[in-house]
Design a protein around this ligand. Structure first.
Ligand code: URA
Length: 200
């Protein structure tokens, strides 16, 4: 997909905000461009900044386990972040940084066209559900901006608070069924055969 490659190159040379001055590498995202599910985290941490890949540290290891628990590998989905460069000391991204990076995420979503978008943690959650509580909204899919958005806690939250581990695990367990339902609804609305559609 040459347009997608051009977008990645644009991200890699981005200087739209001050985070570009301190980064080692940009972290545009990775995975399948035909993914039915896109995961959106917050932003690169130390390891991601060094490697240029999303979720490769401790939270990423847990994300891999969560994916495996529902029979998925990284290559089956697409994983990206709200911001593509590391914020100093992993501080929260500033609204202006999220805004500067937003066109990249918008284009990624437009080009991939996922069936379900999983927001990991409160920053990506807030993009779709500003002012709402993730604690109340997690684990329930809703249509926003023409997409089915499924909010879950950030995998790192479960590392800091072990009680959240089972919550995020059970929210992930509901994902295959959600994707199947969305695919079925889409197929019906497009008049296609429902068999052999699902990723799962
Ligand atoms: N946390 C995130 O939100 N994104 C990453 O890529 C890594 C950790």
């Amino acid at each position: 997909m040459p347009d997608f490659e051009a977008l990645i190159q644009e991200i890699q040379s981005c200087t739209r905000c001050a985070l570009s001055q301190k980064r080692t590498r940009t972290v545009p995202g990775e995975g399948s461009l035909a993914a039915a599910v896109v995961f959106i985290g917050e932003g690169p941490g130390y390891h991601e900044d060094k490697q240029g890949r999303p979720f490769v540290g401790a939270a990423g290891q847990f994300l891999d386990e969560l994916l495996e628990s529902i029979g998925l590998k990284r290559e089956d989905v697409y994983i990206t972040n709200m911001i593509k460069c590391r914020a100093p000391n992993n501080r929260d991204p500033l609204p202006a940084e999220i805004q500067a990076c937003r066109p990249y995420l918008d284009k990624q979503l437009e080009m991939i066209g996922p069936k379900v978008l999983v927001t990991l943690g409160r920053h990506s959650f807030s993009r779709f559900f500003p002012g709402e509580s993730i604690g109340k909204a997690r684990g329930q899919a809703r249509k926003m901006e023409g997409l089915v958005v499924y909010p879950v806690y950030h995998p790192a939250a479960a590392l800091h608070n072990p009680k959240l581990r089972s919550v995020i695990e059970s929210d992930f367990k509901k994902l295959p069924d959600l994707v199947r339902r969305v695919e079925k609804e889409l197929a019906v609305s497009e008049g296609k055969a429902v068999s052999q559609l699902s990723l799962f």
